[in-house]
Design a binder for this molecule. Structure first.
Ligand SMILES: Cc1cc2nc3c(=O)[nH]c(=O)nc-3n(C[C@H](O)[C@H](O)[C@H](O)COP(=O)(O)O)c2cc1C
Length: 195
C-alpha cells in the first residue's frame, strides 16, 4: 500500500485549497493509497531560527509538532501539498513547515546521509489557488519554493494544478473541470508506474 502524505497549507478551513486537496485524496483513495493528512493550521510549527542545530545530526532541535512530521515525509511514497498564493508565494504556515525541512538539507548536504534508507524517490504534486484571474508569474514563486522543497526530500516533482480566479471560500465548487483535474491527479499519482 502506498503512503500518501497530504499537506493542507491554507489557514482557512474548508476553503478552495482544502476542497481541491480533498478531491485529490478521493482520487488517490481509488488507487488504495493510505492517506495521512497534515493540517498545518491545527499544528504548532515554529519557523526555522537558523540556529544550525540540525547540522550535527540532521535533526531539528526545536521541540514542537514538526517533530511528528519528519518521519511521515521519510516514509511517504507520494506527497501532495496545497497552498493558497499569498503575496506571490506560499502561505506563511506552509513556508514555516518547509523551512524546518532545513534538517533534511543538513542530512543530505552536510552529513551526506540518505533521506530514505533504501534511497527511493517519492512523488510530489503541488496544488495552488489564487484570487487573481491572471497576472504574469502569479505562481512562479510558489512553484520554485515547492520544487526546492521536493528536491531536498528526494521527491520528484510530478506536476501541479495552478488555479487562478478563486477568491471567496468554496468558489472552486463552481469549477467542475478543476475539481475533476484534482481527482485525476490523485488517482494518477497512485496508478502511474515508477518513472
Ligand atoms: C494574506 C493573503 C494574501 C493573498 N495574496 C494573494 C496574491 O498575491 N495573489 C492572488 O492572486 N491572491 C492572493 N490572495 C487570495 C488567495 O490566494 C485566494 O483567495 C485563495 O483561493 C485562498 O485559498 P483558500 O480558500 O484555500 O484559503 C491572498 C489572500 C490572503 C488572505
Amino acid at each position: 500500500m502506498k503512503r500518501v502524505v497530504c499537506v493542507f497549507g491554507s489557514p482557512r478551513p474548508d476553503g478552495n485549497s482544502d476542497i481541491l486537496l480533498n478531491q485529490a485524496i478521493k482520487g488517490a483513495e481509488t488507487g488504495g493509497g493510505v492517506i495521512e493528512k497534515i493540517v498545518i493550521r491545527d499544528l504548532h510549527i515554529a519557523p526555522c531560527n537558523s540556529c544550525n542545530g540540525c547540522f550535527e545530526k540532521g535533526v531539528c532541535v526545536i521541540d514542537d509538532d514538526m517533530q511528528k512530521i519528519y518521519s511521515r515525509f521519510v516514509d511517504a511514497d507520494v506527497i501532495i501539498v496545497v497552498s493558497p498564493i499569498y503575496f506571490m508565494g506560499v502561505s506563511a504556515q506552509l513556508k514555516a513547515l518547509i523551512d524546518r525541512c532545513q534538517a533534511f538539507w543538513a542530512r543530505k548536504y552536510i552529513l551526506h546521509l540518505p533521506i530514505r534508507k533504501d534511497a527511493s524517490v517519492a512523488r510530489g504534486f503541488f496544488i495552488a489557488t489564487a484570487a487573481r484571474s491572471n497576472g504574469e508569474e502569479l505562481f512562479t514563486g510558489a512553484v520554485k519554493t515547492m520544487k526546492s522543497f521536493f528536491h531536498v526530500l528526494d521527491t520528484k516533482y510530478m506536476g501541479d494544478i495552478l488555479c487562478a480566479g478563486l477568491e471567496e471560500k468554496g468558489v472552486v465548487y463552481k469549477k467542475q473541470e478543476i475539481l475533476q483535474q484534482a481527482f485525476n491527479a490523485g488517482k494518477q499519482l497512485l496508478h502511474r508506474n515508477s518513472e
